[in-house]
Design a protein around this ligand. Structure first.
Ligand code: ATP
Ligand code: MG
Length: 420
């Protein structure tokens, strides 16, 4: 089956708003084995919208439109679709009273324009919207199913889930496209590909073929695997074997095979080992603490974070001796180590991390160029210190520095030799 997704809204034709609904919709359609062959962004213009729908009806089995179901005059999706299908719009009084009740509960009187949201093309099925006023619509025309959903992502997503469950999945059968993402830290893209390619090269021709894409993101490399299989069990079996082969080759540099981010992986390790972490950050300005605390439940293992940007802060808040700063400079292995030890001692935690570096664009020297970042990680009485040369602009250097620190901690907590 082939699908077309239409994002409706003039705001997405400006530089300020992006269409994200189609990503959510594509992911779910792919899981059902439905191929998304075209995506269109169209403004709030009835004739242009009608043109897009008319063209898609020629080839698509499924057309998903999001946006333009609101009550205002620029919300024209219903009208455009009804025009193309040649069906009249009729008011559905049940929808009117649902909208009126919903607004009354929030203390509002329904405006007359809201009646627009109760206009339904004849023959359409109405899809309940638990999070807003605009209901969705399901229509069939020849071999094509048309799905109309409101634009706000938090309304659209659960409605589309319900359609998948109740209407699309039963037709799509058991087969589909199944995916895994293998995330790797501490290796370059070319190194990962040199090792992985001889393995994944053979997957295209096996009984359950797997397509592989390599993607470089800040601080990590991702291998995206997608298997086309007749059943989920068959897809899982092929993907499990593929992931195991990659992990065998790439070893501990693989930090995630289940979608988790680095900060979640490290958080889970800290939680299960019952460890508390304290961080002292200079060039990353609190980004490491922010990433650690992005994870729900992180209060179980994050004790504190200190932003010690100036030398004075390193002395006053962490007890780094002035002589060490003067002798080695703020970006140095002795200072990073004293930062980790200082914050750990003050927090009385098991784990301490210190980060100091030059994020740029200024401040680099021949000896310590922009991107020089020193990370120290202490776990109990084991201290590791490493100097990295990270590339990218200021934002990227800051992110990569936090990634390097999290990866060092992850490796220390998963070393086979470690008794922790
Ligand atoms: P409403 O009942 O809220 O008026 P609607 O169907 O008219 O629903 P729109 O007015 O088109 O929805 O969009 C409402 C909000 O949803 C806007 O903030 C818009 O940017 C956002 N939105 C619309 N389409 C998309 C999309 N494809 N991806 C991400 N956000 C979207
Ligand atoms: Mg709109």
């Amino acid at each position: 089956m082939k699908a077309c997704i239409v994002a409706v809204g003039s705001e997405m034709l400006t530089p300020f708003r992006q269409d994200t609904n189609s990503l959510v919709v594509t992911e779910r359609l792919n899981q059902l084995g439905i191929d998304v062959r075209m995506k269109v962004i169209v403004g709030d213009d009835r004739e242009e919208m009608a043109g897009v729908v008319r063209a898609a009806l020629d080839w698509a089995d499924v057309i998903v439109l999001t946006g333009g179901l609101g009550p205002t005059a620029d919300d024209l999706t219903r009208e455009a679709v009804a025009e193309v299908l040649g069906t009249p719009l009729e008011i559905d009084e049940a929808i009117v009273s649902r909208i009126r009740d919903r607004m009354a509960r929030a203390g509002f009187v329904m405006a007359d324009i809201n009646r627009r949201q109760a206009m339904v093309p004849r023959g359409a099925a109405v899809i309940d919207n638990p999070r807003g006023t605009a209901p969705g619509l399901w229509l069939e025309h020849g071999r094509t199913s048309l799905i109309l959903l409101p634009g706000p992502p938090r309304e659209m997503t659960p409605m589309f889930e319900a359609i998948v469950r109740e209407r699309l999945a039963p037709r799509a059968g058991e087969g589909g496209l199944f995916r895994r993402v293998v995330k790797i830290a501490g290796r370059t893209e070319s190194d990962v590909d040199a090792r992985a390619e001889p393995i994944y090269r053979h997957w295209r021709d096996q009984a359950v073929p797997i397509a592989t894409t390599i993607l470089a993101a800040a601080g990590q490399i991702e291998l995206h695997l997608s298997a086309r299989a007749a059943t989920r069990a068959e897809g899982d079996r092929a993907l499990d074997a593929a992931v195991a082969a990659l992990v065998g080759e790439l070893g501990p540099s693989v930090f995630s095979v289940d979608g988790r981010q680095m900060e979640e992986v490290v958080g889970d390790l800290l939680r299960t080992k019952g460890l508390q972490v304290a961080v002292a950050e200079s060039c990353t300005g609190g980004l490491l603490a922010s990433r650690l605390t992005d994870v729900p439940g992180s209060s179980a293992y994050v004790e504190r974070g200190v932003v010690c940007y100036s030398n004075r802060a390193k002395v006053e808040l962490l007890g780094v001796p002035e002589q060490v700063l003067a002798a080695h400079g703020a970006v140095s292995e002795p200072v990073a180590r004293l930062m980790a030890e200082g914050v750990r001692a003050r927090a009385a935690s098991q784990v301490g991390i210190g980060i100091t570096g030059i994020a740029g664009p200024g401040g680099g020297t021949a000896e310590k160029p922009v991107g020089t970042v020193v990370v120290a990680v202490q776990v109990d009485d084991d201290v590791r210190v490493r100097t990295f040369t990270l590339f990218g602009d200021r934002t990227q250097v800051k992110f990569r520095a936090t990634q390097a620190a999290l990866n060092m901690l992850r490796l220390m907590l998963t070393e086979p030799a470690a008794s922790r």
